[in-house]
Write a protein that binds this ligand. Structure first.
Ligand code: AMP
Length: 116
């Protein structure tokens, strides 16, 4: 799947609406349409990258921005103190369903470990 038919690229371009929580120069954070916790926000790079496995050294700053953004989202959403989970699924078997890198920020409830 290329950038033209990528769902999250369409959100970046503003062609598909999203409930945006915060944004930065290189990233966008918006609410998951099927929230799995009271707070469930996705942080995505504006640039199309399939997933963590497709990152290379040139993406170092971008990769750092994603984690910093996740922490910023947690503060904005009021879960920084109560705790939250930052997770990214890589590959279909791990639960990845959208092949544009995204970091889930989940909080507002107790998280179990290990995930199923
Ligand atoms: P994953 O299964 O880890 O690839 O996560 C993809 C996430 O994207 C799922 O949690 C979906 O609920 C979410 N999702 C799919 N389409 C949209 C959309 N249009 N807006 C917001 N979230 C979406």
């Amino acid at each position: 799947m290329g950038m033209d038919d990528c769902l999250f690229c369409s959100i970046v371009r503003g062609e598909i609406p999203a409930d945006i929580v915060a944004e930065g120069e290189s990233w966008l954070a918006f609410r998951d349409i099927q929230p799995q916790a009271p707070v469930h926000v996705l942080v995505i790079p504006r640039e199309h990258v399939e997933g963590v496995g497709s990152l290379d050294a040139e993406h170092a700053a971008l990769a750092a921005d994603m984690l910093l953004a996740a922490a910023e989202v947690a503060r904005i959403e009021g879960v920084a103190q109560s705790g939250y989970r930052v997770v990214t699924n890589v590959g279909e078997r791990a639960g990845q369903s959208v092949f544009h890198l995204h970091v889930h920020v989940l909080g507002g409830r107790r998280m179990r470990w290990p995930p199923g």
